[in-house]
Each structure stands twice: as C-alpha cells, then as structure tokens.
Design a protein around this ligand. Structure first.
Ligand code: C2E
Ligand code: MG
Ligand code: MG
Ligand code: MG
Length: 288
C-alpha cells in the first residue's frame, strides 16, 4: 500500500509539473503574440520532386526560442495555443511571415511553393481565406505559391464539416495536403470526398522503411491508394539513401526529411537552394 501511495504521489507530481509547464508556455506565448517582439520565426524544409530531382516545394515550420523557456517545440505549444483559443492570432502571424519570405525569394529568383500547417480551428475561421488572399495581393505573390496541410486526425474530428471548408480552400486555388496520413483512422468513404491534392505519409512509417517490411507494405499501399485517387504522395521523415531509393521504386512523388535537409532558416534555405542548383563540377571544386 505504501508503494502504491508513493507511485501515486510520483504520478501526481508529474501531472502537476506538466500542468505548470503548460501554463508557463501559454503565458509566455500570449506575451510574444501581443508584443510582436520576435522570439518566433519560420523555418523551411525542402520537398524534393523525385522525378525532376529538384526541390520545388517546402514546408513552413514554426520555431520558438523563448527567452524565458528556451526552445519550445511546436508539438507542445501549437496544441496549447489551440486549446486556449489563440491559434488564430498565431496562424495570422505565420501566414504573413511566410508570404513575406516567399516574396523575398521571388526577388532572388527562387521559385518555391510553400505549405503552411493549419489546425481545425483555422479552417473553420471564415475570415481566413479572405485574409490570405489579401496578404498575397499586398506582396504580389500568386496563389499557386501557397498550399496548406491539415492532419488526418484533425480532419476526421468532423469530416463532413471539414470537407465543406476544404472545398472553399480548393475553390480559391490553393493546394491541400492530408498530413500525417495513416495515423488518424481515415474512413475511405470520407477520403473519397476530401478535395485534397496531396497525401503526406506519416514519418512513423518512413523512419525505418529500409528495414521494416511492415512499413514497406503500408507505404506501398498508401501510394497505390493515392494514385487511385489521383493524389500526389509526399514521404516525410526520410533519413537515409536506402529509404529514398525504396520510395523512388514505389512511385512516391515527393521526398521530405533530414536526408535532404533539416528545416532551416530562410537565409540558410537560399544558401542550400543555390548550392543544389550549381553544376556538379562547381560542387566538387568547392570541396577541395
Ligand atoms: P508536421 O507538419 O507533420 O511536420 C513534420 C515534422 O517532422 C516537423 O517537426 C519536422 O521538423 C519533422 N521532420 C522532418 N523531417 C524529419 C526526419 O527526417 N526525421 C525526423 N525524425 N523528423 C523529421 P516540427 O517542426 O517539430 O513540427 C511538429 C509538428 O508541429 C508539425 O508536424 C505540425 O503538426 C506542427 N507545426 C509545426 N509548425 C507549425 C505551424 O506553423 N502551424 C501549425 N498549425 N502547426 C505547426
Ligand atoms: Mg505538416
Ligand atoms: Mg506530418
Ligand atoms: Mg505531425
């Protein structure tokens, strides 16, 4: 009984610590959002087109380096922002920043389609689309340069409602991806009606692809499914050449992962991009 009491106490302490941490994150996040002092920035991770061998797309991923809390993972603070009802403000900041970065790259001759992650709450915000279109016009960036990602589990919370919102986004001409596909228990009958252009295979199936036969079978099946529906496939979490080779063989369209590049700051992305487009001769010279 004493042992159990100790266990309970440990459990209780852990829960309390987590709760306090979440409170601290929320309070700091509110401060950051109200002062515009930028502890926030956007990183970008290229997506390689397997057919052309070129990075033609990128995903925007938020980074928060808090003066008080240190680096805070989006996996922690995005759900907190959602629950606290402040995700709209954050998403607005993200969209404006991403469009500004795309406009900067455009001026330097770099042509990338960038995907922004949205939460369910964002999608049901009726003012979102008008705002995005306004920001694009302001910066002279075409709609074709922007797309959105929504996780499968978010979409499946209320599929009928989600389909209506997604239709609105698609009708304006933005690309749409189902993110983390394979982890959210999609029903195929809904998938058929989801007006999306891309399926992103969750990294849990990709990280050990080279050695796990079960993962290979899942990835094979998802790619075949996507092809049936006329959707492009993106594999996230590609960390080695063997996985890249397998995905190429299986007919995956896009590759994203540390093996290509980690998510990086805008300046580093430009550097990476320019290096990729150099003739191989120049690359060899550079290393010697
Ligand atoms: P996600 O949209 O599925 O993003 C992919 C995550 O996988 C990113 O984590 C990325 O850094 C990571 N990743 C990419 N390649 C590899 C790899 O080869 N190996 C491994 N182990 N990981 C890889 P990150 O940046 O920590 O973001 C986590 C999640 O937080 C995202 O998952 C997304 O759901 C959310 N998130 C990130 N930025 C934003 C944002 O701007 N807005 C919203 N609403 N959510 C965001
Ligand atoms: Mg994503
Ligand atoms: Mg994902
Ligand atoms: Mg994810």
């Amino acid at each position: 009984a004493q042992h159990q009491a100790l266990l309970y106490q440990a459990y209780h302490n852990e829960l309390e610590a987590l709760y306090l941490k979440k409170l601290a994150v929320l309070s700091e996040l509110k401060k950051v959002l109200s002062t515009e002092q930028s502890e926030l920035c956007m990183f970008y991770q290229p997506k390689l087109n397997i057919k052309s061998g070129k990075a033609e797309k990128a995903e925007a991923l938020i980074r928060w380096n808090s003066e008080k809390l240190g680096f805070v993972s989006p996996e922690l603070f995005i759900p907190i922002a959602e629950q606290a009802g402040i995700i709209g403000k954050l998403t607005d900041w993200i969209i404006r920043r991403v469009i500004r970065d795309i406009a900067d790259w455009q001026q330097q001759g770099i042509d990338l389609q960038v995907a922004i992650n949205l939460s369910v709450h964002d999608v049901s915000d009726d003012t979102l689309l008008a705002k995005v279109i306004h920001y694009l016009q302001e910066s002279n960036v075409s709609r074709a340069k922007l797309s959105f990602e929504l996780t499968e589990s978010d979409l499946m919370q209320d599929p009928t409602k989600a389909i209506a919102h997604l239709n609105a986004i698609r009708n304006v001409g933005f690309g749409l991806a189902i993110d983390d596909f394979g982890t959210g228990y999609s029903s195929l009958s809904y998938l058929k009606d989801m007006p999306v252009t891309e399926l992103k295979i969750d990294k849990s199936f990709v990280l050990n692809l080279a050695t796990e036969v079960n993962d290979q079978n899942i990835v094979k099946t998802v790619i075949a499914l996507a092809q049936r529906f006329g959707l492009e496939t993106v594999a996230e979490g590609v960390e080695d050449q063997a996985s890249l080779d397998l995905l190429t063989l299986l007919g995956c369209d896009w590759i994203q992962g540390y093996y290509i590049s980690r998510p990086v700051a805008p300046a580093a992305l430009i550097e990476w991009f320019n290096e990729q487009s150099l003739p191989s001769q120049t690359l060899i010279n550079k290393e010697t």
